[in-house]
Design a binder for this molecule. Sequence first.
Ligand SMILES: *Cc1c(COP(=O)(O)O)cnc(C)c1O
Length: 433
Amino acid sequence: MQTRFDLTQADIPRQWYNLLADFPEPLPPPLHPGTKQPIPPEALLAIFPENLVQQEMCPHRHVEIPEEVREIYALWRPTPLLRAVRFEKALQTPAHIYYKYEGASPAGSHKVNTSVAQAYYNKVAGTKRLATETGAGQWGASLALACKLFGLECNVYMVKVSYQQKPYRRMLMHTWGATVHPSPSDQTDYGRKLMAEDPHCQGSLGIAISEAIEDTVKHPDTKYSLGSVLNHVCLHQTVIGLETLRQMEMAGEEPDAIIGCCGGGSNFAGLAFPFLQKKITEKKGYRIVGVEPSACPTLTQGDLRYDFGDTAEMTPLLMMYTLGHKFMPPSIHAGGLRYHGMSPMVSHALKLGLIEAEAYHQTKVFEQATLFARSEGIVPAPESAHAIAAVAEEAVKAREAGRKRVILFNLSGHGLLDLSAYETYLSGKLQDV
Ligand SMILES: *Cc1c(COP(=O)(O)O)cnc(C)c1O
């Protein structure tokens, strides 16, 4: 039986898909925090290059993928689609379970799909140096690699607690030539202020974003780069779903349920948006589910309103599901899912009833992730494991109802640099917060 569906280099998509063109209602625009009016594109030029600002507001359904970006994508794309037959067996389910494997990239996750595109657009716009933040280090590592490939300097503010507790992605960033500061740092006014108030401050993603933006506006030829949330990031990630559409055709099946984990929403968007287009325009009945941690339940318990993207209130106001920009998520192992907000596009899709959301506790998540590793071999990233917990629940429901279902999910990254989290789980010490 065929369980692996591969495309060739020539099949790497030539265009990204832009859901903004197909939303039944327009997405509310970002607002200027002072005037509360839609932010003029020029206001974003202080931190982003013009080509990416245009992409952020792009009305076109398809956007050409530059050939230079496609050539770098070919280092790991197209990624495989696999049917998880051994996981199906372990769950004793009649459901067919398929996963798109984004852990096959050099950085181990989907994030390079956008870091490479962003580094490319900055390079052609004349940027010399990029500043960014990273939590557990997946985004920082992805941007470090992309900057190196395009000859840009990369300056990363890494949440201090992760800098100390997760040394391997820091080493990966160094290997790819980036400069890494523990945040809060002594590099910015905001960092120095926080350090003076509390020398033991452990940092947060919101603080690191504020530092990276301050660094950007105070250095020449420097722009800021964000690894999730924004429209252009979701756009770049649609290579995932576009490839998957063709691979599901190769498999001769159509998914009933499409599932992805949600931190800022980009890997979920990447898989789901091309299917959402079919749901909107061809009235397909897909059930599309974003999965988040119960400890940071943005979609399931947050409010839909305008909020800042960062703690220091430097970003434009975005219309999104949010737990409030001062929310400090507890330190669960899925560091990439600890963000107070959610992509405005993903938030809008939820508001319009096009997608659903679920939340899971981390003990349940690691239980299913371990079962997956023991049946399929791949050790999932703790973030991706949230999708797996939801898949397992869906598969068990299919068993109880005696229904054949086709479940598709995004395995956004591998967990080989997160093994200490698995050890905590295996030794019985993992707790829900
Ligand atoms: C960063 C990350 C996530 C969460 O980010 P999204 O923008 O929601 O995709 C999920 N999975 C992995 C492996 C990550 O590195």
